[in-house]
Design a protein around this ligand. Structure first.
Ligand code: SF4
Ligand code: SF4
Ligand SMILES: [Zn+2]
Length: 271
């Protein structure tokens, strides 16, 4: 990324002082989508008397093992390594290590699946989401500030944290007629669909962005629970908060087209 490049977001700031990603990168595309989601939710509730059922101040669904994509993890780690103190990063690393240990005791079947055969997000969702708060972890997301109850990476939080409870997907007719809970406080998905904006198109776009989707071929990029992903990346750098994260920054620094071509080439070479 050219260091003097202006940020893609139009703030007029140098990219390194703003979003810190290349203009046409996967991360830049994702940030633009996040903005669209934010506007959709804001616009939807602006003219309505109804408020989101997902009430302000609640953060119960931050104690779960939903999966996030590689680019989302890299955005979060870039934020942390650029804006947090060494002590704060060290504390976070300690937390994720404890989180993984606790998770292995609480959900051994899921842990086993993650470590072995699980290579498709759908498998993880079989275990976790839309079970109405029945799959909570005993610990909250390591990025939740327990004192304020707020997300410590709010502007950089993943797609699922932006949409769960405040939006819905237009699932097919059969699924739409099946009553199920969104979480322990929103007992009816059907009712939730009636009072939240539909973000199906944005979710489809999200999958296109976070995976490799081209006319030449496509690749599913593995997703991981957030604490698991940070643990994996922290282990790669020996849990050293002073070291910049060792992961490949192609999702942040390369154009999405270059990154896709590189990943397809790599996958073909491994066959
Ligand atoms: S989805 Fe449910 S658990 Fe999550 S914040 Fe909303 S009301 Fe709370
Ligand atoms: S990233 Fe933020 S919003 Fe998402 S689960 Fe963690 S603390 Fe909650
Ligand atoms: Zn910016």
């Amino acid at each position: 990324m050219a260091k003097k490049e202006r940020c893609f977001c139009g703030s007029g700031k140098a990219s390194k002082n703003c979003h810190r990603v290349a203009s046409d990168s996967r991360a830049a595309h994702l940030f633009k989508l996040f903005e669209q989601v934010e506007h959709t939710v804001e616009d939807y509730f602006m003219d309505k008397e109804s408020k989101p059922q997902c009430f302000s101040g609640c953060n119960n669904c931050c104690s779960d093992f939903f999966a996030v994509s590689e680019v989302e993890l890299e955005i979060i780690l870039d934020e942390i390594h650029n804006t947090w103190t060494e002590q704060e990063i060290a504390n976070l690393y300690k937390k994720v290590m404890n989180n993984v240990r606790a998770f292995q005791v609480e959900h051994p079947d899921v842990d086993n699946a993650i470590q072995t055969q699980l290579d498709y997000e759908g498998d993880l969702y079989k275990y976790s989401s839309f079970k109405g708060g029945k799959t909570r972890t005993s610990f909250p997301c390591p990025l939740l500030n327990k004192e304020t109850g707020r997300c410590s990476v709010y502007n950089k939080r993943p797609m699922v944290c932006r949409t769960h409870g405040t939006t819905h997907l237009n699932l097919d007719e059969k699924l739409n007629s099946i009553e199920s809970t969104v979480c322990e406080y929103i007992p009816s998905r059907i009712q939730n669909n009636a009072v939240t904006p539909d973000v199906t198109d944005m979710q489809t776009k999200y999958e296109e962005i976070v995976n490799v989707t081209t006319e030449q071929g496509s690749l599913y990029v593995r997703k991981l629970p957030l604490f698991y992903g940070i643990h994996a990346l922290a282990s790669m750098q020996g849990y050293n908060p002073t070291k910049s994260t060792v992961f490949n920054r192609h999702n942040l620094d390369m154009s999405m087209q270059e990154s896709n071509a590189m990943q397809l080439k790599k996958a073909a070479a491994m066959k």
